[in-house]
Design a protein around this ligand. Structure first.
Ligand SMILES: Cc1cc2nc3c(=O)[nH]c(=O)nc-3n(C[C@H](O)[C@H](O)[C@H](O)COP(=O)(O)OP(=O)(O)OC[C@H]3O[C@@H](n4cnc5c(N)ncnc54)[C@H](O)[C@@H]3O)c2cc1C
Length: 329
């Protein structure tokens, strides 16, 4: 590990001012950043610890939704009564991630900004356009079992690893950020993450020095919710495929549908075509299969991960079937 300066921010203004220093970066729970520093992928010269900023509130928002401070630990968020009652999808997604110890340290802001788990990104001896632009993508012809099947490019086939972000995408969350001048703005999560294209090192719409202040969820009453994660082990593993689904069913007809996939692309993959295929239908197998086919249209594997296309299709159908059979909503 390289030497670095450590500074604990005592206020948001102090954090934003310190971030302007050369080679500075924020650290929150450190559960991803420290691993990347140990691997030599990240080499910050100045760490600004934001974990003591008083941003752990989970409170009803003025708009009838929920305001979640960015320092809230993943475990706190998963267990909060308002989240469990109104946004159980989010709670399920969080509890499916990492381990209890990690969830106690991992923050809401840090979870959104965690980096891909593509093994070539972590191995500094291998080509990776995300880590080292212009060096190539070793995953294309390499070990790509976990890689993307949607929205990938010839430059990068890495996936975003966050479970929480997939649930937040299905719930239409907004990310509230503070700029270096202290100005606040909100970014809908659907616009927050970038697809790789020719610039896979640009991962989000955050501008340099911006600090995530909070996540905002819209008003509840969202219907039946389910997060299903398929992975190699029953716990403590990243998703091969994950499905976040919300259905509102009235009088035997699907009124609204929200569907987001995890483990398949560089960002949580919301499928508007699949949602349209569901609305107005009876919650039956034929409608679920049509929606799954629509969601996977254009999906492409890279040999090692070809199986994920069928896995995603079946996971969507299974999740929607479970929702239709449930009593909620
Ligand atoms: C063994 C292991 C298994 C895991 N399994 C899963 C899993 O199954 N599912 C899953 O979703 N995650 C999983 N994780 C990832 C874990 O959820 C993340 O490491 C964690 O959420 C990151 O939060 P943090 O606060 O520790 O971030 P940090 O490591 O402190 O920071 C991560 C990045 O975010 C930036 N950052 C942090 N907070 C802010 C902020 N407020 N504003 C601006 N920038 C900020 C930092 O500068 C850094 O670049 C796993 C991690 C490990 C180590």
């Amino acid at each position: 590990m390289k030497p670095f300066v450590y500074e604990r921010a005592t206020s948001p203004d102090a954090a934003l001012a310190a971030r302007a220093r050369p080679g500075a970066t924020f650290i929150s729970g450190g559960t991803n950043l420290l691993d990347l520093m140990k691997a030599g992928v990240e080499r910050p010269r100045h760490l600004i610890d934001i974990s003591r900023l008083p941003w752990r509130e989970i409170v009803p928002s003025d708009e009838g939704g929920l305001f979640i401070g960015s320092q809230t630990a993943n475990s706190e968020l998963a267990g909060h009564p308002l989240v469990r009652e109104r946004y159980p999808l989010l709670s399920q997604a969080l509890l499916s991630g990492a381990s209890a110890q990690l969830r106690n340290k991992a923050s809401t802001g840090g979870n959104l900004l965690q980096r891909t788990r593509c093994p070539y990104f972590y191995d500094t001896h291998m080509a990776c356009n995300k880590r080292d632009p212009g060096s190539g993508c070793a995953a294309l012809a390499g070990h790509n079992r976990m890689s993307a099947i949607l929205g990938a490019s010839e430059a990068c086939i890495a996936v975003h690893p966050s479970d929480m972000a997939v649930a937040l995408t299905a719930l239409d969350a907004e990310i509230e950020v503070l700029s270096s001048t202290g100005v606040a703005r909100r970014i809908p999560i659907g616009d927050f993450y970038e697809l790789p294209g020719t610039t896979p090192h640009i991962e989000t719409r955050l501008q340099s020095g911006e600090l995530i202040r909070a996540v905002r969820l819209p008003a509840g009453g969202l219907g039946r919710q389910r997060y299903r994660k398929v992975r190699d082990r029953a716990s403590y593993a990243f998703a091969l495929v994950a499905v976040a689904a919300v259905l509102e069913i009235q009088d035997g007809i699907i009124q609204t549908a929200r569907l987001a996939l995890g483990g398949v692309a560089a960002r949580p993959w919301r499928s508007a075509v699949a949602e349209s295929a569901l609305v107005g239908q009876r919650p039956r197998a034929a409608a679920f299969e049509a929606a799954a086919n629509a969601a996977l249209e254009g999906a492409r594997g890279h040999h090692g991960n070809d199986f994920k296309i069928e896995l995603a299709r079946r996971t969507i159908v299974r999740t929607l079937t479970e929702l239709a059979d449930s009593t909620g909503g």
